[in-house]
Ligand binder design. Structure first.
Ligand SMILES: *Cc1c(COP(=O)(O)O)cnc(C)c1O
Length: 420
């Protein structure tokens, strides 16, 4: 797919040679808010949520946004107002999700290491279900529920034994991954939950990985879930929902994406006979394309082997290239006819792995020029750190011609604020 098609889906376009986020030139945003700067297109987030809902409308699914992709309150608030629920993986995310307006009854809580305080918060908040990932966790949950005198809604996360075709660090549904329990154990846990006065079995869950470009892993894991749900029903344990997770891929450079219409066509027929509610937990697919990271060129330099463009955003701001070897498209904020040359775009952090792009053909920029790193709305700011004592970037939400700061830039004082 061409960069121009990707742009329109992300709320980006060029007008008179200037890159715009919706109606606002990137250069204006930089003058107002500085760089490095995360900018999100409100219309991209909303449109993608609606498109996903439409694709699955035959089932009226509950779409639980995976908050870890981008937990900013403005992003979460926009999606919750559009009707999304939340998928959280920590007490901190649950706190953020509820504060941003997600309904507790549309919120699910996954993760292999939930603590007792996190379980208490979840039960007190009356969320839809806790997705338990081990027998020991379920025992602890039952005891927390007993002490609170409040039965816990539990869904069992299954590791269906599916190897999703993605980066090894983000494949989660194979027997070598720490997530979920094997199918046989899942049924045993549901039976055990049904016998406990403090546990209420609600559903089955599988999330087999991230940045998945094919429907096969979903079909394979849904087959496992449906088989287990049927066996549970025959054992007298009626469930309420099946959660097929998130993980739908988006286009990064040449990497393949997964269209929600294709996913729906692949899984809805298998669900036709099932009365269970369908849950989806997309993160990246909803918010990835609608975010850009704006960064300013500090210096250029050449060695005998390479040309480097040193920018003011580093791996602490956008970790994905260093962490996963991820490829993000990069566009100049001001279009140019200059010939393209092969460059490495690197940050100021003192690590050789601190790069945003390697061997990329870009117009050799001037100092002070602004570059836009695309597909940065998911796992961008949320994975950022203060490494090298770099204050974290600011975040802005653009809707139409309006730009609103939704997280201020951190200051030097913020770096030491928690130290005693
Ligand atoms: C991370 C995660 C998701 C979202 O994954 P994406 O690839 O961003 O869609 C969904 N469910 C669970 C349990 C997760 O851990």
């Amino acid at each position: 797919m061409s960069t121009s098609v990707r742009c329109s889906d992300a709320g980006l376009s060029y007008r008179r040679g200037l890159l715009l986020v919706e109606g606002v030139p990137a250069g204006d945003l930089v003058r107002r808010f500085g760089t490095p700067l995360y900018v999100y297109s409100g219309n991209s987030l909303r449109d993608r949520f609606r498109r996903l809902e439409r694709a699955f409308s035959a089932r009226r699914p509950l779409v639980c946004y995976a908050v870890k992709a981008n937990p900013n309150r403005a992003v979460c608030g926009l999606l919750s107002r559009a009707g999304a629920g939340a998928d959280v993986v920590s007490g901190g995310e649950l706190f953020r999700a509820l504060r941003a307006g997600f309904a507790p009854g549309k919120t699910v809580f996954s993760g292999v290491g939930k603590t007792e305080p996190e379980m208490r918060l979840a039960l007190r908040s009356r969320i839809l279900a806790l997705h338990v990932e081990s027998a020991e966790e379920m025992e602890v949950l039952a005891s927390v529920a007993r002490r609170l005198r409040r039965p816990a809604p539990v869904t069992v996360r299954v590791n269906p034994g599916v190897l999703a075709d993605t980066h090894e660090h983000i494949a989660t549904g194979h027997p070598g991954a720490k997530f979920g329990v094997p199918p046989e154990e899942a049924l045993a846990l549901l039976k055990k939950a049904s016998r406990s006065p403090w546990l209420r079995p609600r559903g089955l869950h599988a999330h087999v990985g991230s940045q998945i470009a094919h429907t096969a892993p979903y079909r394979a894991s849904l087959k496992v879930l449906l088989g287990l749900a049927e066996r549970a029903r025959r054992s007298g344990i009626p469930l309420e929902y099946l959660d097929i997770g998130g993980g739908m891929g988006i286009e990064y450079g040449a990497e393949g994406s997964l269209a929600p219409e294709d996913l729906a066509a692949a899984v809805l027929p298998a669900l036709r006979e099932s009365p269970l509610r369908l849950l989806l937990e997309p993160g990246r697919w909803l918010v990835g394309p609608g975010g850009v990271l704006l960064t300013t060129v500090l210096y250029r330099k050449r060695t005998s082997a390479r040309r480097f463009v040193v920018v003011d955003a580093g791996m602490n701001d956008l970790m994905r290239p260093a962490f996963y070897g991820a490829r993000h498209d990069i566009l100049p904020a001001r279009a140019t006819r200059k010939p393209r040359v092969e460059v490495d775009v690197v940050g100021p952090v003192c690590e050789t792995s601190d790069f945003l792009a390697k061997g990329r053909r870009l117009p050799w920029p001037e100092r002070g020029e602004v570059l836009a790193v695309l597909q940065a709305g998911a796992y961008g700011f949320s994975m950022s750190s203060q490494y090298n004592s770099r204050p974290r970037a600011a975040e802005v939400l653009v809707t139409g011609s309006r730009a609103a700061l939704c997280r201020r830039r951190e200051s030097a004082a913020d770096l030491v604020a928690c130290e005693r």
